[in-house]
Design a protein around this ligand. Structure first.
Ligand code: UD1
Ligand code: CA
Length: 460
C-alpha cells in the first residue's frame, strides 16, 4: 500500500542560537518552532510522522508527546545522517516521504499539499521546495542547468562565487519516493566544507542515476524562512504575529496598532473586542465579545468573558465574568475568579480568590485566599491578611457586607452577610450577620494642646 510519511528533523543543537534551550524549542508566538511544524504537518493527511531527536531529545518529546514517533540521532553528523536514522521504521514502505526541518516555523499545510501535487504531476523521485530569497546567504542554493532542470543543491559553505549569486534557495523541505530516498542516503559522503552528511546531496545522486528530480518554487520566501539565530527568530516572530493579528482582525477584532500587539497563536478573541497598543495576550487566553483590552495590559492563560474592560492590568491564570472590569494598574494572580459586573479599580491585587457578582473593590487593596459574596463594598486600602509567616489562611465575606477603608481582615476569618466593618479596623474575630464591627483605638481630643506643641506654622 502506498503511504505518506513525514520526517521532521529536530536533532541539532542550534549552536548559532547561543542558547541553553535547544533550537527547535525556541518559541514563536507562544509555540515552539518544532510544534508549529508538526501542527501544520498534522493538517495534511499523513500515515506516519517520525521526528528525529538528538540534542534535548527528552525535552522535545515532552513538548510533542505522542503526536509523533521518535528516533534518536546520537551524533549530529548532518541532515542526511539524520534522515537515515528513520530507516528501520520507514525503509520498507512504498509511498512518498515529506522531509521538513524543525526550524522552519512558518510553513503552512497548504504548501506541503502543493508540493505533493507537483511531485506527483512530475512523476518525480524527489522534489525540493524552493523559494527566491532577497538575501540567500546561509541557505543551500538550487543549481539548475541551461534549460532550468535541477542539477543539485550546493550549501553556502561549498558554493563557488558564481553559485553564491543564485538567489533560489533550498527551503529544507522535500518530497521523496520513500525507497529511493533510503537507497540514495547510503551513497552520500561527508567530503564537504562542514564534514557532514548532507541530505541535499540526495538530489544530485538521484539525478545522476537518471531519476526525475524536480524543484517546486513557492512564491513566498517569508513562509520558507529558516531560523538559525536570534535575528531570524525575531523576523519569524514578526511574520507569525502579523499572520495571527490579521486573522483576528478579519474575524472582527479591532487592533488599534497591530504592529504593537502581541498575541500568541492559541489565543481566541470574540468579535467587536478592541485591543489597544502594547497589549500581550499569552498562552491559552480566551477573550469574549465586546471587550476592551486597554493599552499595555498583559493576560496569560486566562478566560475573559463578554463585555469586560481591562485597563492597563496584568492577569494570570484567572477568569473574569461578563461585564466586570479591572484597572488601571491592577493584578490578578493565579486562581482568581471574578464574577459578573464586579468592579476592581486601581492598584488592586487579587490572588486565589473568588469575588461574586456586583462586588466592588475600588482602590489600593489586597485580596488573597478569600471568598467574597455578592454586592460587597470593599473600601480603599483594605488588606486581607492571609499569611502568618508559615501558613496561608482563608477569609470568607458574605453578601452585601461593607468593609470600611483601611481595614485589615486577619485570616482565618468569617465575615457574615449584611455586616459592617468600620474603617480602620483590624478584624481578628468572626463578624455576625447584621453586626457592625469596629476594632480601633478610640479617638481622644486634648483641648488647647496645639499651643503646647513645638510646631509653629508661622515660622516654617
Ligand atoms: C539546511 C539545508 C540548506 C537549506 C536550509 C533551509 C542541509 C545540508 N542544508 O541548512 O540547504 O537551505 O536547511 O533552512 O540540509 N539536524 C538534525 N541532525 C543533524 C543536523 C541537523 O536533526 O545532524 C536538523 C536541525 O535540528 C534542523 C535541521 O536539521 O532542524 C536543519 O539543520 P541546520 O543545521 O539548521 O541546516 P541549515 O544550515 O539551516
Ligand atoms: Ca536551519
Amino acid at each position: 500500500m502506498s503511504t505518506r510519511n513525514t520526517i521532521i528533523l529536530a536533532a541539532g543543537k542550534g549552536t548559532r542560537m547561543k542558547s541553553k534551550l535547544y533550537k527547535v524549542l525556541h518559541k514563536v508566538c507562544g509555540r515552539s518552532m518544532v510544534d508549529h511544524v508538526l501542527t501544520q504537518v498534522e493538517k495534511t493527511n499523513m500515515n506516519r510522522i517520525v521526528t528525529v531527536v538528538g540534542y534535548g531529545a527528552e525535552k522535545v518529546e515532552e513538548t510533542l508527546h505522542d503526536r509523533t514517533e521518535y528516533v534518536l540521532q546520537k551524533e549530529q553528523l548532518g541532515t542526511g545522517h539524520a534522515v537515515l536514522q528513520t530507516e528501520p521504521l520507514l525503509k520498507d514502505q512504498d509511498g512518498t516521504t515529506l522531509v521538513v526541518s524543525g526550524d522552519t516555523p512558518l510553513f503552512q499545510a497548504q504548501t506541503f499539499e502543493n508540493l505533493f501535487k507537483y511531485h506527483e504531476a512530475k512523476k518525480a523521485m524527489a522534489t525540493v521546495l524552493t523559494s527566491k530569497a532577497p538575501d540567500p546567504t546561509g541557505y543551500g542554493r538550487i543549481v539548475r542547468n541551461d534549460v532550468g532542470i535541477v542539477e543539485k543543491i550546493v550549501e553556502q559553505k561549498d558554493a563557488s562565487e558564481k553559485e553564491q549569486e543564485i538567489d533560489e534557495i533550498n527551503t529544507g523541505v522535500y518530497v521523496f519516493d520513500n525507497k529511493a530516498l533510503f537507497a540514495a542516503l547510503h551513497e552520500i559522503k561527508n567530503d564537504n566544507a562542514q564534514g557532514e552528511y548532507y541530505l541535499t546531496d540526495v538530489i544530485e545522486i538521484l539525478k545522476n542515476q537518471g531519476d526525475i528530480v524536480a524543484a517546486y518554487r513557492m512564491n513566498s520566501f517569508e513562509e520558507s524562512m529558516g531560523v538559525n539565530d536570534r535575528v531570524a527568530l525575531s523576523k519569524a516572530t514578526k511574520v507569525m504575529q502579523r499572520r495571527i493579528n490579521e486573522t483576528h482582525m478579519r474575524n472582527g477584532v479591532t487592533l488599534i496598532n497591530p504592529e504593537d500587539t502581541y498575541i500568541d497563536v492559541d489565543v481566541k478573541i470574540g468579535s467587536d473586542t478592541i485591543v489597544e497598543p502594547g497589549v500581550l495576550l499569552k498562552g491559552k487566553t480566551v477573550i469574549g465579545d465586546d471587550c476592551l483590552i486597554g493599552a499595555h495590559s498583559e493576560i496569560h492563560d486566562s478566560t475573559i468573558h463578554n463585555n469586560v474592560t481591562v485597563t492597563s492590568s496584568y492577569i494570570e491564570d484567572s477568569e473574569m465574568d461578563e461585564g466586570s472590569n479591572i484597572g488601571p494598574m491592577s493584578h490578578l494572580r493565579p486562581e482568581s475568579k471574578i464574577g459578573q459586573k464586579v468592579h476592581l479599580g486601581n492598584f488592586v491585587e487579587v490572588k486565589k480568590a473568588t469575588i461574586e457578582e456586583g462586588t466592588k473593590v475600588g482602590h489600593l487593596t489586597y485580596v488573597g485566599n478569600a471568598h467574597l459574596g455578592k454586592r460587597i463594598n470593599v473600601g480603599c486600602g483594605v488588606v486581607f491578611v492571609n499569611y502568618d509567616g508559615a501558613h496561608k489562611h482563608d477569609t470568607t465575606v458574605g453578601d452585601d457586607a461593607f468593609i470600611g477603608s483601611n481595614s485589615n481582615l486577619v485570616a482565618p476569618l468569617t465575615v457574615a452577610d449584611h455586616s459592617f466593618i468600620a474603617a480602620g479596623s483590624t478584624i481578628t474575630d468572626e463578624v455576625g450577620q447584621y453586626d457592625m464591627a469596629i476594632a480601633r483605638a478610640r479617638q481622644t481630643n486634648k483641648t488647647g494642646y496645639f499651643k503646647k506643641l513645638p510646631y509653629d506654622p508661622e515660622n516654617e
